[in-house]
Design a protein around this ligand. Structure first.
Ligand code: 9D3
Length: 253
């Protein structure tokens, strides 16, 4: 069965960026996955459809009410339970969370369903986390205005890994980070632009030479810009040899 992604959000319209454009939009249209939204505002009872209130203890900002979020999450889980998915992973996009990386993306694409929770305001009443086992995932150490963009980032990264989401022209396994290196540089026509030449090796028709050149460039860029990536990763004999060449040459990239 195609994986189902349920998103609890006050702003489902924002997700058009994910569901209507590009690789992720195509995957949704082809029903390689389902995406459904649950708006906590639809689970309010009062005339004003209140979803937030002032924090106990005072201070700036507002806190999301536990009840509309609890009802929205429970509705999502009820639908999934009826589909034979009793314990979906539930993820709150939050600055306090585990940092999203490709290893987590590859874990999440194996799941039959995910329930994502995008927050607004200062945060969520903590009692929601007593009612549901919720993981937290962050994009990194910078301040955003809410969890919708992070939820879209996570889903974009996951959906493009679903088999069939990418044309075989660019397979997911050839992505930058798939092999733990930064990408090499790219060139297309014209051969020369305003006196700037494209590398002749790429036009010479020697596929082995092209592959070796690209690996050399990727290793060089990675060792200059992200040496931490090389330390996390085993090196093949060829990579060790190319890194030796790189360290012996002088000119930076
Ligand atoms: C300035 C507000 N901060 C007070 C110390 C706390 C705060 C609350 C809510 C900071 C950000 C947010 C909204 N952010 C997210 O929902 C969010 C996020 C982010 O801001 N950065 C990186 N990853 C994520 S995932 C969700």
């Amino acid at each position: 069965m195609a994986p189902e992604y349920h998103v609890v959000t006050l702003f489902p319209e924002m997700f058009a960026a994910l569901t209507e454009f590009g690789v992720s939009g195509r995957a949704v249209k082809q029903q390689l996955c389902g995406v459904r939204f649950w708006n906590p505002r639809d689970f309010t009872q009062d005339n004003y459809h209140t979803v937030d209130d002032r924090p106990f203890g005072g201070g700036p900002g507002m806190v999301m009410l536990v009840e509309p979020l609890d009802l929205a999450l429970t509705a999502a889980r009820t639908v999934l339970r009826r589909q034979g998915i009793p314990a979906p992973r539930m993820i709150y996009l939050s600055p306090q969370g585990r940092r999203l990386d490709q290893a987590l993306v590859l874990e999440l694409v194996k799941e039959p369903a995910l329930v994502l929770l995008a927050g607004r305001y200062e945060g969520i009443d903590e009692r929601l986390f007593a009612r549901h086992a919720i993981e937290e995932v962050s994009l990194g150490d910078y301040v955003l205005s809410g969890g919708e963009l992070p939820a879209m980032v996570l889903l974009d990264a996951v959906i493009r890994q679903i088999p069939g989401a990418l044309g075989h022209a660019d397979s997911a396994s050839e992505d930058s980070f798939a092999d733990g290196l930064l990408d090499c540089s790219h060139y297309t026509r014209p051969e020369e632009y305003l006196g700037l030449k494209s590398p002749p090796v790429l036009r010479g028709g020697n596929h082995a030479a092209v592959t070796r050149w690209r690996l050399y460039q990727a290793l060089k860029r990675t060792s200059l810009r992200r040496p931490d990536l090389l330390e996390q990763r085993a090196l093949s004999p060829l990579e060790v040899e190319l890194l030796g060449e790189i360290h012996r040459e002088a000119d930076p990239d």
